[in-house]
Design a binder for this molecule. Structure first.
Ligand code: MN
Length: 414
């Protein structure tokens, strides 16, 4: 078996072939089986391959502040293809000014092979933490954030490639205002051939009433307004997922992540609602570009499924009160006015039931707080809510209480 060399090496001196050789796709094996992307194509690439500079021309002449604080980069993974994970790490080190990356914290969420992460621990600045059981994305990210020693956190997925000067524009926005949570434009790494393709700069993150993330094309008006300054930050109702920069203290003040969320996915909605409703803002920074492998399917299983969502939201509701977070109605009117609120024909009525418990207003009609109560099938406090929102609750997306806090209010839109 391999021994883990403890001597630290520069990324340039890391033995890519030795690292990838152990998990290569063998002849006859399906290259998509393990990762739901083409691992053969991923493995062929050099760890520091060059990708096209997809930034707007204006970004190339821009001077970034030189007094920025360093960031801890937190990357969580579970059974990631070694080549994709290594390219993520190397692109961070290669494409960032060294003084702005204090460390890269890899959180291995109990991958089958502990050496996937452990072997990368010999690369300069890389620290590896391994969970001793599956924890899921949120608790893994929080573990990485808690271990971070820099004052700014940068979260990345484990199948990314950072582009030229990706980090400086993000850190600059956060340095100016720590309540900004900022993300790059996410370029597309093709899951079949691993070509790097620039994404449109005219998109914002949004969602539909099934609480599923989607990209919204800017309106003509919004695009016209940007013509004078095409690289200005873009306020976005939602971040796409795992790629963002946030002040560490602010992350903590705002309740980190919902530690009761077991699943992977849906966390971007939860943190997006929370940031906006509790006084912060979300931005896409056009001069920052990071490529990401978009897949059609999730490669991982979800241990625990969507079990404990309702039983566990009490502490989050208390936190919302403590932080003085605004209701969802405010978010709809001020952050996401483009979202069409479902009209009559979209709405079905009924109570939401989970086991013996039903979603219940517990009599709090005025502040819109909801909780769980034993089902009584008598209507009353067990409020009617939009069937589509209900579906998302059932599917285990744990972002719903940010929407449900105004389930009653929403009813008034009818
Ligand atoms: Mn991803």
């Amino acid at each position: 078996s391999l021994t883990i060399p403890m001597a630290v090496v520069r990324w340039q001196d890391f033995d890519q072939d030795l690292y990838l050789g152990a998990t290569a796709v063998r002849p006859g094996q399906d290259p998509y089986a393990r990762n739901k992307f083409n691992q053969v194509e991923s493995d062929k690439l050099r760890m520091d391959r060059s990708v096209p500079d997809t930034r707007h021309d204006h970004c190339r002449h821009k001077q970034w502040r030189t007094d920025l604080s360093a960031s801890s980069v937190v990357i969580t993974f579970h059974n990631e293809a070694r080549s994709a994970l290594l390219r993520t790490v190397v692109s961070v080190l290669k494409k960032s000014p060294p003084h702005l990356v204090k460390e890269i914290i890899l959180v291995d969420d109990y991958s089958d092979n502990p050496e996937d992460g452990a072997l990368l621990g010999k690369i300069e600045k890389v620290r590896v933490l391994r969970n001793d059981r599956r924890e899921g994305l949120m608790r893994s990210r929080v573990r990485g954030a808690d271990a971070a020693t820099a004052s700014v956190l940068t979260f990345l997925d484990s199948h990314c490639e950072c582009n030229e000067h990706w980090l400086e524009p993000l850190l600059e926005r956060v340095a100016e205002d720590k309540t900004r949570v900022v993300s790059p434009i996410i370029d597309v790494i093709n899951m079949d051939n691993f070509q790097y393709v620039g994404a449109s700069a005219d998109l914002k993150g949004g969602f539909d009433w099934n609480l599923v993330f989607k990209w919204d094309y800017m309106t003509l008006e919004q695009r016209r307004a940007r013509q004078g300054n095409p690289i200005a930050p873009i306020k976005t109702p939602m971040i796409a997922g795992g790629l963002f920069v946030m002040d560490k203290n602010y992350f903590e003040e705002l309740g980190k992540y919902d530690m009761m969320m077991d699943v992977w996915g849906g966390e971007n909605l939860e943190i997006s609602f929370r940031v906006w409703q509790c006084g912060g803002s979300l931005e896409i920074i056009p001069c920052s570009r990071v490529g990401h492998v978009f897949r059609k399917q999730h490669p991982y299983t979800f241990p625990g499924g969507s079990g404990t969502v309702f039983a566990s939201i009490q502490s989050r509701l208390e936190m919302k009160k403590r932080l003085g977070c605004k209701p969802f109605k405010w978010y709809l009117e001020n952050v996401y006015p483009e979202l069409r609120v479902p009209d009559h024909q979209d709405i079905a009525f009924g109570a939401l039931q989970q086991g013996q418990n039903c979603l219940d207003t517990l009599g709090h009609f005025a502040d819109g707080v909801v909780g769980v109560y034993e089902c009584h099938n008598a209507g009353g406090n067990q409020v009617p809510i939009q069937s589509k929102v209900l579906n998302s609750l059932m599917s285990g997306v744990a972002a719903e209480h940010w929407v449900m806090d105004s389930a009653v209010t929403l009813g008034q839109f009818k």
